[in-house]
Design a protein around this ligand. Structure first.
Ligand SMILES: Cc1cc2nc3c(=O)[nH]c(=O)nc-3n(C[C@H](O)[C@H](O)[C@H](O)COP(=O)(O)OP(=O)(O)OC[C@H]3O[C@@H](n4cnc5c(N)ncnc54)[C@H](O)[C@@H]3O)c2cc1C
Length: 371
């Protein structure tokens, strides 16, 4: 009996397992997903006030489609022996889908252990617990990218927020298109900016900026920088500056290994590289899972073909900003931008319990956004 092993229970891993199950049909292909947690964590929703709502039980997706879940963390991958080591035990595979995601790059500064984050469910819950009941707090948010803007604008409702960004402008990766809308939103919410600097130390009473100026604060939230899972280093081949494996159009990283989601860099639409986002992790997972099973069963493999790139940043009480294309031209802002964001956040919830619905979704790789 052939065995597909998926490492990771995020968007990419879950959809890889479901897509492999769809290709399996009546064959005896065995599919195992290895991930330590019991839930799929919807990381894009962790900035919301109740982060514990941003989870879906993995068994409600995997059990109906006949995927075994091994609750363990993978420490090593031997591509020659086709075996992964999960909590010290070997698990052999015929095809592997690596979908172990990404993690926040934590800075090496004094007091780093005091930093809060919204990268993991535990991190987001810790931040909320810490600020609960402290209306009028001051929060320092480090990094004015997607995650930093969303948590900063969310927290601005009940306290003072200072946004620290090492670039000389906010949203450096979002480009010129949405920046004016974001600037207006930050002004409206009273969010202070410290640009061209970073936090050099986290103290009991707040943050010290490079150069020494202190910002007294109740919480310092670090959002700057994601890196791919270190498991990518176990697969021979090229990696990019984020540690992502460069994969081909079928998301193959090595003869028996496919990679999807935040661990992989693939060509998306218009020749751009994929970005670490669920809008790419979902179709990458579906493509990699299909191809891993298809490779074993003699079924036609498919090329990765994501929908055209869009972005949407939640700007708290100031609405949202929705952009289209790689130049990120603003399509909707304010209440309309926020409405689309809510729509997108609802859409990332996978269907549960019903095998036919889950397998049908697994077969739709390219889902254009209708806005
Ligand atoms: C605050 C925040 C806001 C975001 N906002 C957006 C947004 O608005 N839009 C958007 O498209 N994207 C957004 N993203 C990015 C998006 O969340 C990620 O790109 C997406 O989660 C990637 O999915 P993934 O399955 O590749 O990895 P992950 O979601 O990181 O999942 C990885 C999985 O692998 C498991 N795992 C890790 N290591 C191991 C191991 N050694 N062994 C076994 N299992 C392992 C983990 O437990 C997890 O189950 C945001 C991310 C953050 C942090």
């Amino acid at each position: 009996m052939s065995h597909v092993v998926v490492v990771g229970g995020g968007f990419a891993g879950v959809w890889a397992a479901a897509a492999a199950a769809r290709v399996r049909g009546e064959s005896d292909l065995r599919i195992t997903l290895i991930a330590p947690g019991k839930d799929l964590v919807l990381r894009p929703r962790l900035y919301e006030p109740e982060p514990e709502r941003a989870t879906v039980a993995l068994k409600r997706i995997l059990e109906p489609v006949g995927v075994e879940h091994v609750r363990a963390a993978v420490q090593d991958i031997d591509v020659d022996g086709r075996v992964v080591i999960a909590d010290g035990r070997p698990v052999e595979y015929d095809r592997l889908v690596l979908a172990a995601g990404s993690r926040l790059v934590r800075p090496d500064i004094p007091g780093a252990e005091r930093l809060f984050d919204v990268d993991t469910l535990e991190g987001a819950q810790r931040l909320r617990g810490h600020l609960r009941g402290r209306d009028g707090y001051t929060a320092v948010v480090v990094g004015a990218g997607f995650a930093g803007l969303e948590i900063a604008t969310e927290l601005a409702g009940r306290g003072r927020v200072v946004l620290v960004e090492k670039a000389d402008e906010i949203a450096p990766d979002l480009g010129l298109g949405p920046r004016p809308v974001i600037e207006v939103a930050l002004d409206r919410l009273g969010i202070e900016r410290r640009l061209g600097t970073s936090v050099a130390e986290v103290t009991e009473g707040g943050a010290l900026l490079a150069g020494g100026s202190p910002i007294p604060a109740d919480a310092v939230v670090w959002t700057a920088g994601l890196e791919a899972s270190p498991l990518t280093s176990r697969i021979p081949g090229d990696r990019d500056r984020l540690g992502r494996l460069k994969v081909d159009t079928r998301l193959r990283a090595h003869p028996h290994v496919f990679a999807a989601g935040d661990v992989a860099a693939a060509r998306a639409d218009d020749g751009h590289w994929t970005v670490q986002s669920c809008q790419h992790a979902v179709p990458m997972g579906k493509t990699a899972g299909h191809n891993a099973a298809a490779d074993l069963l003699g079924v036609q493999l498919i090329d990765f073909a994501p929908a055209p790139y869009v972005t949407d940043v939640d700007l708290g009480a100031a609405g949202g900003v929705y952009t289209r294309g790689w130049d990120r031209l603003v399509a909707l802002s304010g209440a309309e931008g926020k409405w689309v964001k809510r729509w997108l956040m609802d859409k990332i919830h996978p269907p549960v319990d019903d095998a036919a619905t889950i397998l049908a979704h697994a077969g739709v790789v390219t889902t254009p956004i209708p806005f």
